[in-house]
Design a protein around this ligand. Sequence first.
Ligand SMILES: Nc1ncnc2c1ncn2[C@@H]1O[C@H](COP(=O)(O)OP(=O)(O)OP(=O)(O)O)[C@@H](O)[C@H]1O
Ligand SMILES: [Mg+2]
Length: 232
Amino acid sequence: MIKLTEVTKDYSRRGRALDGVSLHVRKGEFVFLTGHSGSGKSTTLRLIHMADRPTSGEVRVCGFSSELTSDREIWKLRRKVGCVFQDFRLLPGRTARENVEFALEVTGSSRTEILPRANRLLAQVGLSAKGGAFVEELSGGEQQRVAIARALVNDPPVLLADEPTGNLDERASRGILELFRELNASGMAILMATHDLEMIRAYPKIRTLELSEGRLVFDSAAAPAPAGRSGG
Ligand SMILES: Nc1ncnc2c1ncn2[C@@H]1O[C@H](COP(=O)(O)OP(=O)(O)OP(=O)(O)O)[C@@H](O)[C@H]1O
Ligand SMILES: [Mg+2]
């Protein structure tokens, strides 16, 4: 589903954002990507979204290779990979429903389909009652739910989330995580960058990858069980 092979990314001669990263996220998997600030989490997600290309190595996502996919074809990949960000990136001065409707228009949905589909997506993220509210009237958690609904318009098999709970309090963050778990349970692979270690600890069954200075230094799926907990 997502495969990075020896991926390096240099933004300048001064520093290397990613340094020989290889990782594999399987179909339907939920993975946290953690690491300190500047460790390369956002860079990794940008490369997977092909918003940027690796300096060397290969990124493969849903059958698209960074070496073979031209800029003109990237829209095909983007239909398979939804994306949400810490700062929501919603259209201001519009309602929650309008934000989702615009995204549906871009996918080429027919006029008659757009409203029922927008309502269905808003219901899926728990916002049925807030469709008519302007973005500015929504809480951070609600705004992130609109952003998630918008990311789902193509029913993507992969969702990338870059610090999606970074601007939210603990309760709203938990709500977003529970929504992600529902989406994951219905088969969507999710790769979520977060430096919230408490969140990671609260979900010990979710696989965790850790970057440090552009290198992959930990994969909970490859790690041995902690002493005293094995053999159960
Ligand atoms: N567009 C860019 N131009 C130059 N350097 C960049 C660019 N984007 C990222 N970098 C550098 O690459 C390194 C990794 O940055 P990245 O944003 O991936 O880290 P991060 O793990 O997402 O950090 P944070 O937790 O603060 O979001 C940093 O040293 C950063 O300065
Ligand atoms: Mg980042």
